[in-house]
Ligand binder design. Structure first.
Ligand code: MLT
Length: 210
């Protein structure tokens, strides 16, 4: 398969949900597994490693500086990640209609890009400390997609206006968006974990295949 990844099969009845775990810059496929287990016990966990290296640190797409993204690379990498998700759902016999991304920082940014560029690939996404990756040229079609955004009021990389713009774009595309503002900066906060867990619980309890 095209990405190095970790996979944990579903071990309980979590409504056929798969969590797609997308680490931040410098992370790897193991980083978010404990978070995934805590957020949705029993769900399948699919955790790829970002394919780009920046000074030895895995990322999901290239950047020219802090917050200055290589948009051509971002587009290509977004398509690659979408293709990986399709490959993995076939290989592991996952429900392609119940893939929920959980991404932190650079992982949240590629998840936002998948939502905007490849609507329908993710059924839902939790974006932890996201930025606005780019202004899409045309609106996407995200009706029926749920998005949870957790943002720190003191995040130096993701100013509030950028987070609000991302939420507005997703809402404008028809997504059901919840924004959770918290004190603090660019991090996965323990309070986030509880909030995201509650949000995922709502998705997982929807009627679905066993
Ligand atoms: C990071 O350090 O990963 C950035 O703040 C987010 C990004 O580059 O996508």
């Amino acid at each position: 398969m095209r990405f190095v990844h970790a996979f944990e099969p579903a071990s309980g009845r979590a409504g056929g949900t798969t969590l797609l775990l997308l680490h931040g810059t410098g992370g790897d496929e193991h980083d978010l597994l404990p978070l995934g287990r805590a957020l949705a016990p029993g769900a399948a966990l699919l955790s790829p490693r970002g394919p780009v290296l920046e000074n030895g640190m895995p990322r999901w797409f290239r950047r020219r500086g802090e917050g200055v993204f290589d948009l051509e690379d971002l587009g290509r990498r977004t398509d690659e990640l979408a293709a990986f998700i399709e490959e993995a759902t076939a290989r592991y016999a996952l429900d392609a209609g119940r893939v929920v991304a959980v991404g932190f920082s650079n992982g949240a940014n590629i998840a936002a890009s998948v939502l905007l560029r490849r609507p329908g690939v993710l059924s839902a996404a939790a974006l932890l400390s996201p930025m606005l990756p780019y202004e899409p040229p045309a609106p996407s079609a995200l009706a029926g997609t749920s998005v949870f955004i957790s943002a720190g009021r003191a995040d130096p990389f993701a100013p509030g206006a950028q987070v609000e713009r991302l939420a507005a774009l997703l809402r404008g595309a028809g997504a059901d968006v919840r924004v959770h503002w918290r004190p603090g900066g660019h991090a996965i906060d323990p309070a986030d974990v509880e909030a995201v867990k509650g949000w995922i619980g709502g998705l997982v309890s929807l009627p679905g295949p066993a």
